[in-house]
Design a protein around this ligand. Structure first.
Ligand SMILES: *[C@@H]1O[C@H](CO)[C@@H](O)[C@H](O)[C@H]1NC(C)=O
Ligand SMILES: *[C@@H]1O[C@H](CO)[C@@H](O)[C@H](O)[C@H]1NC(C)=O
Ligand SMILES: *[C@@H]1O[C@H](CO)[C@@H](O)[C@H](O)[C@H]1NC(C)=O
Ligand SMILES: *[C@@H]1O[C@H](CO)[C@@H](O)[C@H](O)[C@H]1NC(C)=O
Ligand SMILES: *[C@@H]1O[C@H](CO)[C@@H](O)[C@H](O)[C@H]1NC(C)=O
Ligand SMILES: *[C@@H]1O[C@H](CO)[C@@H](O)[C@H](O)[C@H]1NC(C)=O
Ligand SMILES: *[C@@H]1O[C@H](CO)[C@@H](O)[C@H](O)[C@H]1NC(C)=O
Ligand SMILES: *[C@@H]1O[C@H](CO)[C@@H](O)[C@H](O)[C@H]1NC(C)=O
Ligand SMILES: *[C@@H]1O[C@H](CO)[C@@H](O)[C@H](O)[C@H]1NC(C)=O
Ligand SMILES: CC(=O)N[C@H]1CO[C@H](CO)[C@@H](O)[C@@H]1O
Ligand SMILES: [Ca+2]
Ligand SMILES: [Ca+2]
Length: 567
């Protein structure tokens, strides 16, 4: 066989592989998902709070970025004690955000634009204003056992909670209800009673709610706080941890062996998987589940087999300070790539509404590096609104604090707990309220840096965060990212490198300088890559222009800078 024929045969094989791959390709596997915090995205009516019509008016932004899906934080009817994570009706939209007609308009327009819509679902608890809870207090059937009710213990005429469990937001996880004469469990605020998932009626109600939204055109759900769904039925005290640095009623002072991560969770998730699958068949497109559980690696991986497509990987988020080393990152990335079960893919969460913004966690310079890492590694990347323009936290005074997690912590400690700093309005342009609202005030103050840091300014700047992120979305769709070999290499302990290789195509290489000083590195020797490579993208302020050819034996990376090379 001549060389020419051989190469034609090889080409045919390659093409065939690509065709087979694209047939089984799931839309969310080599994609970016964009989280919208609806109160803060776009306000259509000037009341200072973002809403569904606001989101609809900005859907083109996602088409422009070319992200695959938006995930919308809760929009359900809610007294807003926890800004929508306290639901009082699972099958209707809160008037703050609009109504169900607006929601249907949103999914219809999104569909027309080729965008998927994922809804945040909050199954652990409802609001205490939910009619189910109101009826449960009165022991009205069938609601009597919809919640976790327990008798208190009476000691010398005083009534005490059934056990020592603590709420995530501080204080006892139990609140006495005088009308019913019992305590109810609330793993979050007192206004968020935990549903009782040992009640078949509750499971039926929740299934009905999921079905309702699938019928309204959603492409999947992000399940909030899934590992809090079940509690051990013995209700024993949880072991105390030695934490003299914390107040005695701080959540972190207990080892939550009975109130979190119970095995029953996985069985319940499987039933939701089945429910979604019937709709996938109907719509001929996979409905997906993202699961949120801040827990250890083995518990997280188990969610894949129970039906989660994206058991959220918080490894970029949980090292909340700058102390994590390149070695820690490499170990964790390797674990995620190796431990994900066959047929599934990893995911990389850059930020969310519960954590300081990536630009604040890692500093402006390093933040781009984490977006680049989420793009270069295989699997799904998830960003939080504003990450694409490098939005930063805004400090709040205690008076400005509205988040229950911050308010409950009091004026001395609120900064440690409040999530308001990462929830400020989106910075569209340099006009009043950053173009977010025409109102006189906004529900949280706009970050004062909006005059310089905004989408409009970045759109006309080819070296902005926005321009960088657009290139990363395109990079994520390259076949080598989905299916090429992955190698994480430390260049010394100061630089982390990721090499992606695939037969017959040029490698893609990411280099991240973790240090706050410039470094000259010989990446070629460390990483076994070509001597000459072209810059695909670089972090803002790195001083490295896109498109230039670099000598990989001698790469200068300024403090915190990252670069992606190919060729
Ligand atoms: C957006 O992504 C799709 C694939 O998901 C691709 O076909 C299309 O070319 C991309 N659009 C742009 C403008 O890059
Ligand atoms: C939720 O709202 C819908 C629409 O207003 C209503 O039909 C339904 O009864 C409500 N559900 C509950 C449990 O109140
Ligand atoms: C939703 O609000 C719009 C006005 O914004 C109105 O036209 C529509 O009838 C409302 N739909 C429902 C179901 O109330
Ligand atoms: C209850 O009262 C008795 C008698 O006054 C006392 O000895 C005991 O310590 C009290 N127990 C608690 C838990 O306060
Ligand atoms: C991390 O470092 C950057 C500067 O490199 C700094 O701006 C940021 O505040 C630091 N974050 C923490 C939590 O220490
Ligand atoms: C925000 O508050 C923290 C903690 O008090 C402080 O270290 C930091 O400098 C403040 N940042 C700004 C931009 O004011
Ligand atoms: C905080 O608010 C209270 C009452 O609303 C007011 O009395 C106080 O002066 C405010 N403090 C600051 C620092 O703004
Ligand atoms: C905004 O403030 C102006 C001037 O104080 C006032 O006339 C107007 O009614 C206010 N608008 C709203 C929506 O509150
Ligand atoms: C506001 O932004 C526009 C472009 O988006 C720019 O032309 C204008 O100079 C900016 N104005 C100020 C005051 O910065
Ligand atoms: C991590 C976390 O707690 N996420 C959400 C869990 O649920 C609570 C209560 O609904 C929300 O406040 C959090 O945002
Ligand atoms: Ca509004
Ligand atoms: Ca629970």
């Amino acid at each position: 066989m001549s060389l020419r024929v051989l190469s034609l045969v090889l080409l045919a094989i390659v093409v065939q592989r690509a065709a087979a791959a694209s047939k089984t390709k799931e839309w969310w596997k080599d994609a970016f998902i964009y989280q919208i915090y609806p109160r803060s995205f776009m306000d259509s009516d000037g009341d200072g709070i973002g809403d569904l019509k606001g989101i609809i008016s900005k859907l083109e932004h996602f088409v422009d970025l070319n992200v695959s899906a938006i995930w919308i934080s809760p929009i359900y009817v809610s007294p807003m004690a926890d800004f929508g994570y306290d639901v009082s009706n699972f099958t209707d939209v809160d008037p703050t955000f609009g109504n169900i007609t607006d929601f249907s308009a949103l999914t219809a327009k999104a569909k027309a634009l080729g965008l998927k819509v994922i809804l945040d679902f909050v199954p652990n608890h409802t609001s205490d204003k939910h009619p189910w809870f109101v009826n449960s207090v009165k022991r009205i059937k069938p609601y009597t056992d919809y919640y976790v009710w327990m008798d208190g213990s009476l000691v010398n005429g005083t009534i005490y909670p059934p056990n020592n469990w603590l709420s995530v937001f501080g204080g006892s996880a139990w609140t006495f209800n005088a009308e019913r004469g019992q305590y109810y469990l609330h793993q979050f605020t007192t206004g968020q009673p935990d549903l009782n998932y040992r009640s078949a009626a509750v499971i039926t109600e929740i299934d009905a709610a999921l079905t309702f939204w699938l019928d309204h055109g959603v492409d999947g759900f992000r399940i909030d706080a899934i590992n809090y769904l079940f509690e051990d039925i013995e209700y024993l005290d949880e072991p105390r941890l030695f934490r003299p640095d914390l107040p005695v009623d701080d959540y972190e002072t207990l080892d939550h062996i009975y109130s979190k991560d119970q095995v029953e969770t996985y069985t319940l998730l499987k039933s939701w998987r089945k429910l979604l699958d019937t709709h996938s068949k109907k719509d001929k497109e996979t409905k997906i589940l993202l699961t949120e559980a801040y827990t250890d690696m083995p518990q997280t991986i188990k969610y894949y087999d129970a039906g989660s497509n994206i058991p959220m990987n918080f490894m970029f988020i949980t090292p909340l300070d700058n102390r994590s080393t390149t070695r820690d990152f490499k170990r964790n990335i390797d674990a995620w790539i190796n431990d994900v079960p066959k047929g599934h893919s990893p995911n990389w969460i850059v930020g969310n509404h519960d954590q300081h913004r990536v630009a604040t966690r890692y500093g402006r310079k390093r933040a781009d590096g984490f977006l680049m890492l989420a793009a270069v590694l295989p699997g799904t990347g998830v960003i939080y609104y504003g990450d694409e323009i490098g939005m930063e936290d805004r400090n709040m005074t205690f008076n400005e604090t509205v988040d229950p997690a911050g308010c409950n912590a009091g004026p001395q400690r609120y900064r440690l707990k409040s999530r308001d700093p990462e929830r400020t309005p989106y910075q569209w342009d340099n006009t009043t309220n950053a173009g977010f609202s025409t109102g006189n005030t906004t529900w949280l103050p706009v970050h004062p840096n909006y005059k310089e840091l905004n989408l409009a300014a970045q759109k006309i700047d080819p070296s902005s965060h926005y321009s960088l992120f657009k290139k990363l979305v395109a990079l994520k769709k390259m076949p080598i990212i989905d299916s090429g070999e992955v190698e994480v290499i430390l260049v010394g302990y100061e630089v982390m490198g990721v090499v992606r290789k695939s037969p017959d195509v040029a490698p893609v290489v990411l280099l991240m300088n973790f240090e706050s000083y410039p470094l000259v590195i010989d990446a070629r020797t460390w990483m076994n890559i070509p001597e000459e490579m072209t810059v695909l993208v670089s972090s803002v302020g790195s001083g490295i222009p896109s498109g230039v050819t670099m000598d990989t034996t001698e790469i200068l990376l300024s403090a915190g800078a990252s670069v992606i090379l190919t060729g």
